[in-house]
Design a protein around this ligand. Structure first.
Ligand SMILES: NC(=O)C1=CN([C@@H]2O[C@H](COP(=O)(O)OP(=O)(O)OC[C@H]3O[C@@H](n4cnc5c(N)ncnc54)[C@H](OP(=O)(O)O)[C@@H]3O)[C@@H](O)[C@H]2O)C=CC1
Ligand SMILES: O=C(O)[C@@H]1CCC=N1
Length: 266
């Protein structure tokens, strides 16, 4: 398997590293993790990951370099690695709101940059990852696709849709988690203890997602099967809609996309 260096071992960088090992396709020793405060990587070092705080050195022997720092930390990191990244490497950036062209402007136009937008479910092999590039060839894109397919589902999209993918999929997991939390809070109000309410809400959400994945049916078709005439489901659903449920979701996704597009210039 390719040697991978992940620069920025925070929430998403570590989730990716854990997911790759969990997939069985990578050993911890295939993966180098960097961050400035390496004291925070002791557990990962003990598990077998290579760890360090020297980005320039860490990229030297990697075939794939993943950039997983914040947009505002990116420029410094690119300047640090500019002298050691080489043309045979694939640079994969999961940084929101930064184009392949922005990265190549600092690293050199001959470098190969692919953007990927995963979500934190990558830690358990359940990410929805969108991938885009400007100039990489189909073969090069395939290599990145294979990497992320080992930790979830992958869709290759046009680069101008990456901020939309950020909102829908990367931020999106938080939106669905909040919906599950809200359902469990409703469950407590109607009589369940918190841990039971959460378990019931989680399994119900999983069932809904799996129904759509396995049947490929439209959500409204599945909703129609639940809403008995004059029944309690349609009453609850319409009450949610009167209070702006779908509208709030749509508006949140639109605002996240807008914000994702402007993160680099902040
Ligand atoms: N969180 C998510 O669900 C997703 C995030 N993203 C994108 O991934 C990127 C990272 O986000 P997230 O993981 O949430 O952020 P975190 O703040 O959790 O992680 C960023 C990490 O980068 C490290 N870092 C900062 N500067 C350097 C440096 N110079 N060299 C090496 N490491 C450095 C930080 O550690 P230290 O301070 O010790 O250096 C930190 O661990 C962002 O661009 C975000 O847009 C994309 C998809 C999903
Ligand atoms: O909230 C953020 O900015 C990052 C990008 C997508 C998910 N987390």
């Amino acid at each position: 398997m390719s040697k991978i260096t992940i620069i920025g071992s925070g929430n998403i960088g570590l989730s990716l590293a854990k997911g790759l090992v969990k997939s069985g396709q990578y050993m911890p020793t295939d993966i180098t993790l960097t961050r400035r405060n390496i004291a925070n990587l002791q557990e990962e070092a003990a598990f077998g990951f290579r760890v360090g705080d020297n980005n320039a050195e860490a990229v030297l022997h990697a075939e794939i370099v993943v950039l997983a720092i914040l947009p505002q930390q990116l420029r410094n990191v690119l300047e640090e690695i500019r002298g050691t990244v080489h043309v045979s490497q694939i640079i994969v950036s999961v940084v929101s709101g930064v184009s392949c062209a922005d990265i190549k402007q600092v690293l050199g136009l001959d470098k190969l940059v692919v953007r990927a937008m995963p979500n934190t479910a990558i830690a358990i092999g359940q990410s929805m990852t969108c991938i885009a590039t400007d100039t990489a060839t189909d073969g090069e894109i395939k290599e990145v696709e294979r990497l992320f397919e080992s930790v979830g589902a992958v869709v290759v999209i046009q680069e101008d849709l990456m901020t939309s993918a950020t909102a829908l999929c990367a931020c999106g997991i938080a939106f669905f988690l909040r919906a599950i939390r809200a359902a469990s809070q409703g469950g407590v109000e109607i009589g369940f203890h918190a841990h039971d309410a959460l378990k019931m809400a989680v399994q119900t959400a999983k069932g809904a997602a799996d129904l759509l994945l396995q049947t490929k049916n439209h959500p409204e078709g599945e909703i129609d099967k639940v809403t008995s005439p004059k029944g309690c489901t349609i009453a609850g659903l319409n009450e949610m809609e009167h209070n702006g449920f779908s509208s709030a979701f749509i508006k949140g996704i639109k605002l996240s996309a807008e914000k994702a597009g402007g993160l680099y210039s902040e």
